[in-house]
Ligand binder design. Structure first.
Ligand code: SF4
Length: 293
């Protein structure tokens, strides 16, 4: 064969290889985009359903969206923005972050993200880190006190600034974990509700991610490449009790698919007459319809 033909044959083969590789990459990219669009639609649907089911947002609401810098709160904000654009009613979203002065907190990250997303926001600065580290002995978990202080500051800010709702990024798995935490360690059948009136009756807290799975949120946040700030800068020990429950639920999810979904739906189907709480059901008042002589 003429050397020019051989050379031509090799170039054609090489070109075919390149084209095949490009086609494979294009297909893989299309699959990733399709999966992402599906996930985004699913999250939007679940958040929309939770808002509807619990009457979370009404026309004219001024919603304070609490952004910690974790995957959950970024996802909540992102999905709420999408729903705001499509909603038939008009409501406001204002982002609030509390900088608790943990050592190494990257102060520039959230303002940069929020400026670029063209969102109205406030960064509150309160050194709760010093308060917590002074009160809690070294090596003990600080999360309980830290969260209580954070909540107090956010509630006060919401009241002073006329926010009608406070949106927090807790999801379905947080809600189920809290249910078991309260049962196992607190002796109470209660959890984090999707909508809550604060103890003083002045703030309404909503959890728009109440129907969303943690693993979907993590996947979504990873795809969107949110600039995540870890909630462990303070060096606090992991909350051991919560970790025990988390492990138990993950184990169930692996070995008994569907169990987590069933637990959540049982939280929405309560039968007080088949439990044992005299305050929620009048057991003493039970009378038979049969007349006995
Ligand atoms: S990990 Fe640190 S910042 Fe996060 S809740 Fe616990 S104590 Fe607070």
């Amino acid at each position: 064969m003429n050397p020019t033909h051989v050379h031509q044959l090799i170039s054609n083969k090489a070109m075919e290889g390149v084209l095949r590789k490009e086609a494979r990459e294009k297909k893989a990219h299309e699959n990733v985009t399709r999966d992402f669009n599906k996930l985004q639609k699913k999250l939007r649907h679940e958040v929309g359903r939770a808002i509807e089911d619990f009457g979370m947002i009404e026309a004219g609401d001024k919603v304070m969206v609490c952004l910690s810098g974790g995957a959950d709160s970024y996802t909540m904000l992102d999905i709420l923005q999408q729903l705001q654009k499509r909603a038939p009613i008009s409501f406001e979203l204002v982002v609030v972050n509390l900088d608790q002065k943990q050592p190494g907190f990257p102060e520039h990250v959230l303002p940069e993200y929020l400026e670029q997303a063209q969102l109205e926001y406030h960064i509150l600065e309160q050194d709760t880190y010093s308060v917590v580290t002074e009160i809690i002995p070294e090596g003990k978990t600080m999360c309980g006190l830290c969260s209580r202080l954070r909540r107090g500051i956010l509630y006060t800010f919401a009241k002073r600034n006329g926010f009608t709702k406070i949106a927090l990024g807790h999801h379905r798995d947080d809600i189920i974990e809290t249910l078991f935490l309260n049962m196992f360690y607190g002796g109470k059948l209660k959890s984090m509700p999707p909508k809550l009136l604060s103890d003083d009756g002045e703030n309404i807290v909503i959890r728009p991610l109440a129907y969303c799975k943690e693993k979907d949120i993590k996947q979504y946040a990873g795809h969107k490449e949110f600039p995540i700030i870890p909630c462990a800068l303070c060096g606090s020990q992991d909350n051991l009790q919560r970790q025990v429950i988390k492990d138990m639920l993950q184990d169930w999810d692996r070995n008994h698919p569907g169990r987590i979904e069933t637990i959540f739906s049982s939280m929405q189907t309560i039968v007080p007459s088949h439990l044992a709480d005299n305050d929620t059901y009048d057991f003493k008042g039970i009378v038979s319809k049969t007349k006995h002589d």
